[in-house]
Design a protein around this ligand. Structure first.
Ligand code: DSN
Length: 421
């Protein structure tokens, strides 16, 4: 690369990832093939529209790329329609609102501070300003309170309910959630961004057949490039004909919400990289990968519990752990900083009913998708729990944190990033 400044920064970031433990649960390490597709000439091409219906010439190759991505997504998740054009998770969710509800309609989602996402109706997000947003949350035990949620649906009569999370360590009961959504004939939207890879691996129940629409990013447990998809069942798009908001019309409603509703030209390099990741996720090894993510998270939880850490819900069923540090005399931000200095990257996070403000919460969130990609298993989780504990206990001791970071660096040499293999 001729730009030495950017080359140096890319190298520094690759080194940082290779020499440390990436434990932010929404992050992962992509394959060399995914990176190759992202860095290809496909990025040069404009192609507003969909395969076979573009506003530009020269689309024969990108049409084939997008068709492959759509077909692979449909097959992998078992749905009849896939839109692979959303630039990322937030635009995908935005498109769902745009397709299915009108400004001022009542919508429902889990509150961000209880593990939800901004686009699920947070007051300062578009979803909480354009629509009348009511928010559900977890009970004191950290589990989603389905009974409370049903009461709220009966009282508020939302037209659309988002279910999905960024910091929820347990599984979602999709059948029960659909029953709850049916109480007000609401659209049920499953945002499986965090757990898509687990769903593919059979390590988390699939929302297919329960949710009307599924949104997911492609760069978390699914291990693809940054991007997103919207999945649903229904009839294929019917160009130029008006369609009603009915389940059978979902593919048309979603496609039109993406373009011309919200987006312009699709990112074809990203679509190709999504197609590559979907092929990788259809290999038998990916099932083992997804299941190992959960085994690793459970082992890490067990080890941290032994060291007297307070885990929200007392453990995990998925890829992440939410830790309430209130008994450790350290706040989330300080723990995040200390762990970072020790070579362990996590993020500060609110815990349910957090008495502290969201920009300085009581907890931290961590997960195992990236560690598992590097080949780490239960044995390694024991060592990692020990380093986490040492860093938290010695969060003010620069010498110990430096020593831990050297140990982590040494350990990481045995587990290269996939692109370096
Ligand atoms: N930023 C993502 C996460 O970290 O969970 C959610 O969009």
């Amino acid at each position: 690369m001729k730009d030495k400044d950017i080359a140096a920064l890319i190298n520094a970031e690759t080194k940082r990832q290779a020499e440390g433990l990436e434990m932010i649960p929404s992050e992962n390490h992509t394959s060399a093939d995914v990176l190759k597709a992202l860095g290809s000439r496909l990025t040069d091409k404009y192609s507003e529209g969909y395969p076979g219906m573009r506003y530009y010439g020269g689309c024969e190759n990108v049409d084939a790329v997008e068709n492959l991505a759509r077909d692979r997504a449909k097959k992998l998740f078992g749905v009849s329609h896939a839109n692979v054009q959303p630039y990322s998770g937030s635009p995908a969710n935005q498109a769902v609102y745009f397709a299915l509800v009108d400004p001022g309609d009542t919508v429902m989602g889990m509150h961000l501070y209880f593990g939800g996402h901004m686009t699920h109706g947070l007051k300062v997000n578009f979803s909480g300003t354009i629509y009348r947003s009511v928010q559900y949350h977890t009970g004191k035990d950290g589990y989603l309170d389905y009974t409370e949620m049903a009461k709220m649906v009966k009282a508020e009569k939302p037209k659309l309910i988002f279910v999905g999370a960024t910091a929820y360590p347990r599984i979602f009961d999709w059948a029960r959630l659909r029953e709850i959504a049916d109480l007000s004939k609401a659209w049920l939207i499953a945002d499986i961004s965090h757990i898509a890879g687990l769903v593919v691996a059979g390590a988390h129940p699939s929302p297919v057949g329960h949710a009307h629409v599924i949104t997911t990013t492609t760069h978390k447990t699914l291990r693809g490039p940054r991007g997103a998809m919207i999945l649903c069942d229904g009839n294929a798009s019917t160009p130029l004909k008006a369609v009603e908001r009915k389940p059978e019309n979902l593919p048309t409603l979603i496609d039109r919400a993406i373009i011309p509703g919200l987006q312009g030209g699709p990112h074809n390099h990203q679509t190709a990289a999504i197609a590559v990741a979907l092929r990788e996720a259809s290999q038998p090894g990916f099932k083992r990968y997804g299941q190992q993510i959960v085994k690793n998270a459970k082992k890490l939880a067990e080890e941290l519990l032994k060291r007297d850490y307070k885990l929200v819900t007392g453990g995990t069923d998925n890829h992440l752990l939410l830790i309430d540090l209130s008994n450790k005399k350290v706040i989330g931000a300080d723990a995040e900083k200390a762990l970072g200095r020790a070579g362990v990257t996590v993020n500060k996070n609110t815990v349910p009913f957090d008495p502290r403000p969201p920009f300085s919460p009581s907890g931290i969130r961590m997960g195992t998708p990236a560690l598992t990609t590097r080949g780490m298993k239960e044995k390694e989780m024991v060592q990692i729990a020990d380093w986490i504990d040492q860093a938290v206990k010695n969060h003010q001791n620069a010498k110990i944190l430096r020593q831990l970071s050297n140990e982590v660096k040494e350990f990481c040499r045995q587990f290269p990033l996939p692109s370096d293999k």
